[in-house]
Write a protein that binds this ligand. Sequence first.
Ligand code: UD1
Length: 357
Amino acid sequence: MKRILTIVGARPQFIKAAAISHMIRDTYHTELHEDILHTGQHYDDAMSGQFFTELDIPLPKYNLGVGSGSHGRQTGMMMSGIEEVLQNNQYDGVLVYGDTNSTMAGALAAAKLHIPVYHVEAGLRSFNRNMPEEINRVVADHVSSLLFAPTQTAIRNLQKEGFTEKEIIFSGDVMYDNVLHYSSIALQKIKPILDTYVLATLHRDFNTDNKERLQHILSALNAIANQLKTNIVFPMHPRTRKCIDSMNLAPFSNFIHIIEPLSYLETLAALQRCSLVLTDSGGLQKEANFCQKYCVVLRPETEWVELVESGAAVLADADEEKIVDAASRLWGQSPNVNTHFGKGTAAKIIVESILAT
Ligand code: UD1
C-alpha cells in the first residue's frame, strides 16, 4: 500500500483536494492511503471549515494552525511543521496543489527530505514575478517529480524550462471534474440569491492592497451596477473587507450586495445563475467558463491564456473604462465550454499516475 500526504491550506486547495480524495476513497483505497495536512493558512470557517463539511473531505490528520503573516514567516512556519510530520511518519510521496504559500512550503519541505513531490496544476505561468503565486508555482514545479499539467500551454511552459516527457503528465483540470460532478447538485441544494445579477470577487494583494487599483475597480462596479441597472453580488474575501474598511472606500451603489464568502456549492449555483463574472481569481475564470459564463478578468494577465484566446475571458486589469466596456458587451451572453481543460477525468489520471510510479 502506497502512502501519500496531501498538503492543503487555502480555499481553492480544499476544492481541488476533494476530487482526488473521493477518487482514492471510492476506487483506490486498497492501493493508496492518503492523509491530509492543513497548514492553517486559511482558518475562518467561511474560508476553510465549511469546505470540508460540504465536500465531505476527510478531516485533516494534521493541522499546523499557522494562520496569517508575512510571506517569509508564514512559509517558514509551514515548512518547519511539515518537515516534522514527514520526519515522524513514513510517506511515499507528497501531493500539493496550485500556487499558494502552502504549496511551496509543502513542496520544498518534502523535496529536501528526498520525498517525491506530485504537483497538481503544474506549468502555469503568468510571467509576472511580482505575484507571490508565480514564485510559488515556479519553485514547486522545479522540486516536483510528477508534474500534472491542466493544459497544453502548461506542458509547453514546462518543456521550455527543461522538463522531460517522463515528468510531465497531461491530466486536464481537476476543477472541471468537480464542476461536472457538483453542478446539478448545487442547483438542487442552493436557493437563488437574487433573480439576475453579476457575480464579482476580488482578493489578489495587488488589487486589494493598492488604494488606486482598488478604487478604480470599485468605481467600475458602481458604474456597471448603475448603467446596466443590474445587481452585483460580491462575496467578499476577508482581506478585501479589511482593506476597504481601512482605506474608507465605501459607499457602494445600492445594487451592489456585499456578502460573506460563499461555500463551494453556493459558488457553483451562483455561477450557473449569474449573467456575467468579474474576478481576479484564477479558479473562478475557469469555473465561469465551465458554467458557460463570460468572465472579465481584473488583472493585466492570466495563466489561463486559452480563455482569453477563445474570447471567453477578457483582460481588463484595474482599468475602469475597460471593465465597464467589457461588462456591457458580454453581460447576459454565454460562451462555449473551452475544450482545452481535459475531459473531467483529471482525478483518475492523477491517482493512477501516482500509483504507477
Ligand atoms: C491565498 C493565496 C492565493 C489564493 C487565495 C485563495 C498565497 C500567496 N496566496 O491568498 O494564491 O488565490 O489564497 O483564497 O498563498 N484572512 C482572514 N481569514 C482567513 C484567511 C485570510 O481574515 O481565513 C485575511 C488575513 O488578513 C490575511 C489575508 O486575508 O492576512 C490574506 O490571506 P493569505 O492566506 O495570506 O492570502 P490570500 O489573499 O487568501
